[in-house]
Design a binder for this molecule. Structure first.
Ligand SMILES: O=P(O)(O)OC[C@H]1O[C@H](OP(=O)(O)OP(=O)(O)O)[C@H](O)[C@@H]1O
Ligand SMILES: O=c1cc[nH]c(=O)[nH]1
Ligand SMILES: [Mg+2]
Length: 225
C-alpha cells in the first residue's frame, strides 16, 4: 500500500470511528482521583462529580459559534459577541448521570434538561430503558448526554438511539470514566457522536465493572449500598 493510500485509510477510519477525547485538564484529573478513592463519602463524591461535569462541559463547548450583537453599555454603543446556533439540552442517563447535571447547569444555566432512565441487568449487562422525557423541539437542539460511567457502552448506545428516534441529530457524550470496550462500542454504532471522558481506564472486568474505575457510580452518589 502506498503512503498516500495508508494516510487516506487512516483518515477514513477516523471518520468512521468518531472522535474520542480525554479531557486531561489538571483540575479534572485531581478531582477524579478524589472520587476514585474508596474512602470518599457520598457528600464529597456527589459534589465533585458535579464539579467535574461542569469543567468537562466548559472544555467541550470551546467551539460553540458566536455572533456579533450591538448592545449599549452605560457608556455607549458597542458590538460584542453572544452565543449563536443551537440551544443545548443536557441529558443525564438516570440515575448516575444526575450527579453531573448541577455542575453542567452552573456553566450553562439556560440549558434545558431531558431525562433518560436506564438500568443495566446485573446478569446480562444489557440496558433497559424505563423513562424518557425531553424538552419540546429537542430535535432542533444539541444534546449532551452525561453519565459518569461508559462500561460496555450498552446504556450510552441505547440512549443515543432513543434520541435519534426522536429526530435528534446533534449529540455529544460526556462520561467521567470510559472503558476501552465502551468507547469502541459507541464509536462503532454511533460514529457521528463525539465522546468526551475525564479518563480512559485499563479494562472492563467480566462482571461489567471498570478497572480501576470508581465502583458503582449510582450507589456512591445516592448512598444506596
Ligand atoms: O456501559 P454500560 O455497560 O451500559 O454501563 C454503564 C451504565 O451503568 C451505570 O448505570 P446503572 O445501570 O448502574 O444504573 P444506575 O445509574 O441507576 O445505578 C452507569 O451509570 C451507566 O449508565
Ligand atoms: O464500573 C462501573 C461500570 C458500570 N457502572 C458503574 O457504576 N460502574
Ligand atoms: Mg448503578
Amino acid at each position: 500500500m502506498s503512503a498516500k493510500i495508508i494516510v487516506g485509510y487512516i483518515f477514513l477510519q477516523e471518520e468512521i470511528m468518531g472522535k474520542f477525547t480525554v479531557l486531561n485538564h489538571p483540575l479534572i484529573q485531581h478531582k477524579l482521583t478524589i472520587i476514585r478513592k474508596k474512602t470518599t463519602g457520598t457528600n464529597e463524591f456527589r459534589q465533585i462529580v458535579g464539579e467535574i461535569g461542569g469543567l468537562m462541559v466548559y472544555e467541550m463547548t470551546r467551539d460553540l459559534p458566536l455572533k456579533n450583537v450591538e448592545i449599549e453599555t452605560p457608556i455607549g454603543k458597542t458590538v460584542q459577541k453572544e452565543l449563536a446556533g443551537k440551544k443545548l439540552v443536557v441529558v443525564p442517563i438516570l440515575r448516575a448521570g444526575l450527579g453531573m447535571v448541577e455542575g453542567v447547569l452552573q456553566m450553562i444555566p439556560s440549558a434545558k434538561v431531558g431525562h433518560i432512565g436506564m438500568y443495566r441487568d446485573e446478569e446480562t449487562l444489557k440496558p433497559h430503558e424505563y423513562f424518557f422525557k425531553m424538552p419540546p423541539e429537542v430535535e432542533q437542539r444539541q444534546c449532551i448526554i452525561v453519565d459518569p460511567m461508559l462500561a460496555t457502552g450498552g446504556s450510552a448506545n441505547l440512549a443515543i438511539g432513543a434520541l435519534k428516534k426522536r429526530g435528534v441529530t446533534d449529540i455529544k457524550l460526556a462520561v467521567l470514566v470510559a472503558a476501552p470496550d465502551g468507547v469502541k462500542a459507541v464509536q462503532k454504532e454511533n460514529p457521528d457522536v463525539d465522546i468526551y471522558a475525564a479518563a480512559e481506564d485499563e479494562k472492563l472486568m467480566s462482571n461489567g465493572y471498570i478497572f480501576p474505575g470508581l465502583g458503582d457510580a449510582g450507589d456512591r452518589l445516592f448512598g444506596t449500598k
